[in-house]
Design a protein around this ligand. Sequence first.
Ligand SMILES: Cc1cc2nc3c(=O)[nH]c(=O)nc-3n(C[C@H](O)[C@H](O)[C@H](O)COP(=O)(O)OP(=O)(O)OC[C@H]3O[C@@H](n4cnc5c(N)ncnc54)[C@H](O)[C@@H]3O)c2cc1C
Length: 380
Amino acid sequence: MNFAPTEMQSQITDMIRDFAEKNIRPKMMEWDESQEFPIEVFRKLGELGLMGVLIPAEYGGSGLSYFEYITVVSEIAKVCGSIGLSVAAHNSLCTNHIYKFASPELKKKYLPKLASGEWIGAWGLTEANTGSDASNMKCVATKDGDGWVINGTKNWITHGKSGNVAVVLCRTGEPRTKNNVTAFAIEMGTPGFTAGKKENKLGMRASETCELVFDNCRISDAQRLGEIGEGFKQSMIILDGGRISIAALALGIAKGAYEASIKYSKERQQFDQPISNFQAIQWKLADMATQIEAAELLIYNAADKLIRGEKMTKESAFAKYYASEVSVRVATEAVQIFGGYGYTKDFPVEKYYRDSKLCTIGEGTSEIQKLVIARDILQS
Ligand SMILES: Cc1cc2nc3c(=O)[nH]c(=O)nc-3n(C[C@H](O)[C@H](O)[C@H](O)COP(=O)(O)OP(=O)(O)OC[C@H]3O[C@@H](n4cnc5c(N)ncnc54)[C@H](O)[C@@H]3O)c2cc1C
């Protein structure tokens, strides 16, 4: 296995570094403070081809592989986790679900708009009382003539307010039965579909997280994604890839915190010498570097399997679990290396510290990743 960056990955890295220095870094603390979702940044990312990374050119996307997608998410997250999370949710949840499971008509209708960044996508699986136990959802779609009527709520949905179209998973069968979930693409503005409460979060504050409310929302059957009853299976396929993107998000945050720590430790003087001279600091940096390298290899290994079309549920869970825990550990040590300054908003590490925690929760908590891994190991 050779995971050396391709020429395309190197070009993407240079492009994102340049873009982020001009368009993200100068404003990100302001957005973080006010919880503003900076929609104009996503329009510009669309112009760079980064809002439809995995979507073929025939639908206006960049037609790149998961290797390049990892580079996109991690390089953005190295600067700002919030923008990285939103790019990940838009690309690998909403847009990818439509690409993989929508009818040719719906693909033509939505993918060019999503891939160009003209439209923002949302993906709604979670509800207030069904997070890890997602299949036990209460949001219901009832067949009514030639269409469907949707009732219920979805919670914690990235771009729940600013999203133009949401992939929504609804129960269409009896509770706790097999094949009882169906996916629909529902446009914001459809009567009966509104955005509810916006969450006030610890981190990832510029990535909008909002409730979706459905009150007798009527949609045509043409908005259905795939077969009736296949929605949960579709979601598991989408989440296999989604875990790689959250792992890439975690990797980017860890790298950002590590690089800031290296720089600071060489500059900060105590006892008439840089703190990087102290073995206690060196060991922290060595632990960070080792864990980042291991996380990166797990991520590329999962992506390699996905690209080859092999089953990679266990490998993507390995990557998501390990990279997200590493992200929290590295960001925590980064704050320690910065000492009191790390505890202020004048330096970047407190934001990495807050943002990193989402990675152990979103798209399946660390505990759920261990459950997925254990189930796989015990089956074989
Ligand atoms: C910022 C943010 C953005 C999000 N974006 C989206 C989105 O765009 N779309 C979407 O659908 N969802 C989204 N989510 C929801 C996210 O996926 C859920 O929060 C996550 O799956 C966990 O669900 P929960 O919060 O209900 O926790 P719970 O399921 O209530 O878990 C609580 C605790 O119990 C543990 N636990 C639960 N079940 C088990 C078990 N069987 N064994 C061991 N431990 C268990 C969990 O690991 C956790 O520690 C987002 C969440 C956040 C915070």
